[in-house]
Design a protein around this ligand. Structure first.
Ligand code: ADE
Ligand code: ZN
Ligand code: ZN
Length: 282
């Protein structure tokens, strides 16, 4: 990547490395920063107009932050979709009853965000949900099984540790956490900007075209579910995860972050084309 592109990228994601957990935390920021680097001028202007001082990267974690606010309890189920064991694909009638899942959430908030007649506050909230949920739906274990809470109850050892200390205190390693933040922090520690830049630099034109032309979140969920089945097929019986498991999956982790960023940008570019900042002024 050229120096100019790198500095533009850093400028767009508005980011200094921050230490926190998560595709909570740093994974979500990486998705937001990659998306920011692919916005058209028009989409960038609309995003800036809606987010103000925030960037896609900084806004990407809001949907996790509100989990501690009881008035947002209704949003808990919108971060994932679970399927029965043994099936091949998502079936929304079966797996997303009442529209309470990440696929339906992405469809719902895309519509609100793109509706210039909707309340400004609702469009801002919709954009913040979308940045986050498009990250979540690309984390394979957010499309998995309810019986172990998406792998949250599957205890593992991660590079020799069953427990660890993070920015939010002590925690026990589980399969879900390994995918949310284990791979990512193993790769570059807390320097998520470095990882975002590296992933961004590896995206080729064919991937750009393929990823942005796959528009239906149900397809993104099916891709994640396919990976989830591979994860469980390849999970060692003793659940001791280290270099071998890391090498088996790290390329997939990076591809999921990259495709999430590209698809978020494609959605924003389509949604905000033909919409000028001036036409939305009060
Ligand atoms: N809680 C229940 N199922 C989950 C999943 N698939 N991902 C994250 N959290 C969950
Ligand atoms: Zn989430
Ligand atoms: Zn998660």
């Amino acid at each position: 990547m050229k120096i100019k592109t790198v500095s533009l990228f850093l400028f767009l994601c508005g980011c200094l490395p921050t230490l926190t957990h998560g595709w909570g935390g740093n994974g979500h920021r990486i998705v937001g920063a990659i998306a920011a680097s692919y916005l058209t001028e028009q989409a960038r202007a609309t995003v800036t107009d809606l987010l103000g001082d925030e960037t896609l990267a900084t806004a990407s974690t809001w949907a996790d932050e509100i989990k501690s606010d009881e008035s947002y309890n209704w949003a808990y189920r919108l971060h994932f979709i679970n399927l029965p064991r043994g099936v091949e694909k998502v079936d929304l009638a079966r797996d997303c009853v009442g529209g309470d899942c990440v696929v339906a959430a992405i469809n719902k908030y895309s519509a609100i965000m793109a509706d210039s007649g909707a309340e400004r506050e609702d469009r801002i909230e919709a954009l913040k949900f979308l940045v986050h949920f498009i990250g979540d739906i690309h984390q394979p274990l957010h499309v998995s099984y309810a019986d172990n809470l998406g792998g949250n109850t599957v205890k593992v050892s991660w590079f020799g540790k069953t427990a660890d200390t993070g920015p939010f205190g002590d925690f026990e390693w589980n399969l879900h956490g390994a995918w949310d933040f284990g791979f990512i922090s193993q790769r570059t520690g807390s320097d998520w900007v470095a990882l975002a830049l590296r992933i961004r630099a590896d995206i080729n034109d064919l991937q750009l075209i393929n990823w942005s032309s796959t528009r239906d979140p149900e397809e993104w969920a099916n891709e994640s579910y396919y990976i989830t089945r591979q994860i469980y097929d390849q999970l060692p019986k003793d659940k001791v995860l280290g270099q071998g498991f890391y090498e088996q999956h790290i390329a997939t982790v990076e591809t999921r972050l990259a495709s999430a960023g590209v698809r978020l940008a494609a959605l924003l570019n389509r949604s905000f084309s033909g919409m000028t900042v001036a036409s939305r002024a009060e």
